[in-house]
Design a protein around this ligand. Structure first.
Ligand code: NAP
Ligand code: F7E
Length: 375
């Protein structure tokens, strides 16, 4: 008999990759999905099995992280060997608009899982993975960030995740639950939600290239992220729960890149690498208050064909400027190594989005020459 896993947030990016990975390992995967007025299972449709199929290895339950009774009932019914708590309102900018809901789903939601395991006497059976995040480091206190770096959250999302991190540690220490935090740095993929920066860029590249869109408006181009591929990162989640002792791990690539450089990388993907150059249209009135005069002057000189715009609407009230993770502990204790570097990740996403736009022929005919000059 294979193991049984319960995944909250199974319809999300990580939920989809993790389900695929665990099913291939012989697990029976149960997932919690929210009811929505439109289908929200696109990412896992290839794994879905009709309820009438015998011996299913993928079973979905309706549920919500804000509903304690529902969470407790599902965990009691499934009695999972492993719980991967991936469900969250995961968009940092949106958390400023919905802070209370974010605290409820992302913070208290984690407590609901832990408390259900305790009340159902599953403390010796069910291991728990908590989806913690590099956003905990926020205004970073150390470079690079590692497991011992102090946290300084900078958004309602990160503050909610801070509670989730510590309540996980507390239940481990108080009740001996095998509960661990994966402190995952940004990870992306062709399945990434369309409003996160990498996917927004790769979709825009595809659409601009194909003449479906004139330009894309971006926010802060100067922040830096340590981006990995979600396929690599779900393997780390699995490894964390296979350890004899629960613990907390940074999962990262150790390389950091600006948003600006990611955009450049995406626009030249696999094509004519001649730089045609330009930057956004700039609303000086809005912009002057946000960047320094020197940068504004530089930007003004560079206005050309406009395909990328900067719109301060995408700026955040408080920003996380620099993330770069030290993954030494994961490499040594989990024997985890990421396979994708940023270039390979970017290629995967651009190619996938181009295919999604169903116009591959255009590229074969000589492609395009677009963008690529910021600084
Ligand atoms: P995602 O694509 O946004 O998926 C989030 C999942 O949570 C979706 O299945 C979503 O359902 C579900 N969900 C949201 N609110 C819920 C609620 N109230 N009740 C039940 N389900 C709910 O996120 P992801 O990128 O896969 O990330 C997975 C987890 O890792 C999240 O907790 C995220 O905060 C954390 N994390 C992500 C990263 C990253 O770079 N991707 C890094 C560190 C940590 P719908 O499909 O119905 O919206
Ligand atoms: O932003 C800047 C933005 O939304 C990255 C979540 O998975 O990873 C993710 O959070 C950076 C920020 O991811 C746009 O200001 C510029 O500096 O892709 P993002 P995030 O905020 O880092 C962490 C680890 C999580 O845990 C979260 O769940 O890009 N940026 N222009 C932009 N960001 C967006 N979304 N859109 C823009 O137009």
């Amino acid at each position: 008999m294979g193991k049984t896993a319960l995944i909250t947030g199974i319809t999300g990016q990580d939920g989809a990759y993790l389900s695929d990975y665990l099913i291939k390992k012989g697990y029976t995967v149960h997932g919690i999905k929210r009811r929505s007025s439109l289908f929200n299972t696109d990412r896992i449709d290839h794994l879905y099995q009709d309820p009438h199929v015998e011996n299913r290895n993928m079973i979905l339950h309706y549920g919500d992280m804000t509903d304690s009774m529902n969470i407790t009932r599902i965990i009691g019914d499934v009695k999972p060997d492993e719980i991967y708590n991936l469900a969250a309102m995961s968009h940092v900018k949106v958390s400023f608009d919905t802070p209370e809901y974010t605290a409820n789903a992302d913070g208290i939601g984690t407590l609901r899982i832990l408390e259900a395991v305790r009340l159902l006497n599953l403390t010796n059976k069910s291991r728990i993975y908590q989806a913690s995040t590099s956003e905990l480091y926020g205004l970073v206190q150390e470079v690079p960030q590692k497991e011992t770096t102090p946290f300084y959250p900078r958004s309602p999302y990160a503050v909610a995740k801070l509670y989730a991190y510590w309540i996980t540690v507390n239940y481990r220490e108080a009740y001996g639950i095998h509960a661990s935090n994966g402190i995952l740095f940004n990870h992306e993929s062709p399945l990434r939600g369309e409003t996160f920066v990498t996917r927004k860029v790769t979709r825009a590249v595809a659409r601009i290239v194909l003449g479906l869109q004139d330009k894309v408006y971006m926010g802060n181009l100067s922040s830096k992220r340590d981006w990995g591929h979600a396929k690599d990162y779900v393997k780390a989640m699995y490894l964390i729960l296979q350890q004899d002792q629960p613990d907390d791990y940074v999962i990262s690539t150790g390389v950091t890149t600006t948003i600006r450089d990611f955009i450049k990388m995406a626009f030249v993907e696999g094509k004519d690498e001649e730089e045609v150059g330009f930057i956004a249209s700039i609303d000086e009135n809005k912009f002057a208050n946000i960047v320094g005069n020197k940068q504004l002057e530089l930007l003004k000189k560079r206005v050309g064909d406009v395909v990328v715009g900067v719109d301060p609407a995408y700026f955040r009230p408080t920003e996380v400027e620099l993330l770069i993770g030290d993954n030494t502990k994961a490499r040594t204790k989990l024997n985890w190594t990421p396979e994708y570097d940023l270039k390979a990740l970017c290629e995967d996403m651009v190619i996938s989005d181009l295919a999604l736009m169903k116009k591959e022929e255009y590229l074969k005919d000589g492609g395009y020459r677009i963008l690529n000059y910021f600084e």
